[in-house]
Design a protein around this ligand. Structure first.
Ligand SMILES: Nc1ncnc2c1ncn2[C@@H]1O[C@H](COP(=O)(O)OP(=O)(O)O)[C@@H](O)[C@H]1O
Ligand SMILES: [Mg+2]
Length: 170
């Protein structure tokens, strides 16, 4: 007898996050799914929580240095405190030239050996990796405390076909 697998799309998850601490926790959990060579693109308005999520990612990856808004630098490299991949945290807001400009930064790490997280990277750095995790953070409409965020994670490309992002929802 032939059994046809029902296709489902594990490479997407939608979560509601209700505090900055929960956003950090989401980052710590997401870090466990990441490996060297991964590109994570964070989208969301100013104050959405992109850097807060990245802080949790840095904690989960066990990297050196506090993750902060890279206001005066385009990219910051956080080396691993153990033997994991370094975190490359990029703020592409002031990056006008896209990929060429990224390469000019001379980051001193190899991207295939790093986990790269990019804020404001849409339309600028997609070329860095065909496979990527897209994270979109929205403020909830009508939220009176201003602490509720809707987070949608979408894994694009072969890399993400076997990763069940829905485990993040637990
Ligand atoms: N649920 C939440 N998730 C993340 N940040 C939140 C949340 N609720 C309130 N905040 C606050 O919003 C701000 C988010 O700032 P930041 O992470 O730097 O945003 P971005 O990098 O997207 O501009 C912080 O001051 C944080 O304390
Ligand atoms: Mg930021």
């Amino acid at each position: 007898m032939e059994v046809t697998a029902v296709p489902h799309n594990p490479a997407e998850a939608r979560l509601t996050v209700t505090s900055p601490e929960q956003m950090r926790e989401l980052g710590r959990r997401l870090a466990k799914l990441l490996r060297a060579g991964d590109l994570v693109m964070l989208t969301g308005e100013l104050g959405a929580g992109k850097t807060t999520l990245t802080r949790g990612l840095g904690e989960g990856l066990g990297v050196r240095g506090a993750v902060t808004s890279p206001t005066f630098v385009i990219a910051r490299v956080h080396p691993s405190l153990g033997d994991g991949p370094p975190l490359v945290h990029v703020d592409a807001y002031r990056l006008s030239g896209g990929l060429d400009e990224m390469e000019d930064l001379d980051l001193d790490v190899s991207l295939p050996d790093s986990v790269m997280v990019v804020e404001w990277g849409e339309g600028k750095v997609e070329e860095l990796a065909e496979d990527r995790l897209r994270v979109v953070i929205h403020r909830a409409v009508g939220d009176t405390t201003d602490e509720v965020r809707q987070v949608t994670l979408t894994g694009l490309g072969q890399r993400w076909t076997d990763t069940d992002l829905e485990t993040l929802e637990a």
